[in-house]
Design a protein around this ligand. Structure first.
Ligand code: GDP
Ligand code: FE
Ligand code: FE
Length: 205
């Protein structure tokens, strides 16, 4: 790991916490293996931010916090879905969908992050969205291709992300939908909307 990257200091524009304080909160919230994934996503997001011209600080923060809610009890999500009047259909899914689509609310409240671009990147990191900012695309891809990932299709996704963020997003979205269908898993409607926005090469068919 590159020392200068891992020790990036924050300006205070996006969170009053220092990186060290943020890392500590993540370490407390997550299992060691999930915490290490988060650190690798941060580093991969920083590299993509440097390559594609995005704020390294925002990439660091978003990479660190993207899975903050991954280990929370289901009851917390169910309470939040009701309290914030989120889509009732969310109740038909579980942590895989909730930790991003609902989890950003906990990131905002508990990690004192108000920057909308960072919060949207967390919200969209699993199911994507038709409109993803550069930062959201970076987090979506960094999560999928970080060096600890090893699944069929990861090298294809890494190569696509080298070409462009949009090529990476398209590759991941296609592979995830194929995987869900192949395994007869329920597809969250936003996943299909994301697919239609990023994958088809021809419209009007
Ligand atoms: P992680 O949190 O770092 O493990 O990665 P993600 O947040 O990207 O994904 C969590 C899981 O959600 C992965 O296993 C994805 O395959 C899965 N997933 C993504 N989209 C959908 C969907 O529409 N439906 C279901 N059931 N699972 C999905
Ligand atoms: Fe996740
Ligand atoms: Fe992740």
């Amino acid at each position: 790991m590159n020392k200068s990257e891992s020790e990036i200091s924050y300006t205070g524009k996006y969170t009053p916490l220092s990186r060290t304080e943020l890392v500590k909160k993540l370490q407390e919230a997550l299992t060691p293996s999930r915490f290490n994934h988060v650190l690798r996503v941060e580093q991969t997001a920083i590299q993509l931010a440097q390559k594609y011209g995005e704020s390294v600080e925002k990439a660091s923060i978003a990479g660190l916090v993207h899975d903050y809610a991954k280990q929370r009890p289901d009851a917390d999500f169910i309470r939040a879905i009701k309290q914030y009047r989120l889509d009732d259909n969310l109740l038909n899914y579980g942590n895989a969908i909730w930790h991003g689509v609902v989890g950003w609310l906990f990131v905002a409240k508990e990690l004192q992050i108000e920057n909308i671009d960072i919060l949207k990147a967390v919200e969209y990191h699993t199911v994507g969205h038709q409109y993803m900012s550069k930062l959201a695309q970076i987090v979506y891809m960094a999560d999928y291709i970080e060096p600890g990932r090893d699944f069929p299709g990861v090298s294809k996704a890494r190569k696509a992300t080298e070409i462009s963020l949009a090529a990476g997003v398209s590759c991941q979205t296609q592979q995830t939908l194929s995987y869900l269908i192949e395994n007869k898993l329920p597809v969250y409607p936003q996943t299909i909307i994301t697919y239609n926005a990023w994958v088809p090469v021809q419209t009007k068919e």
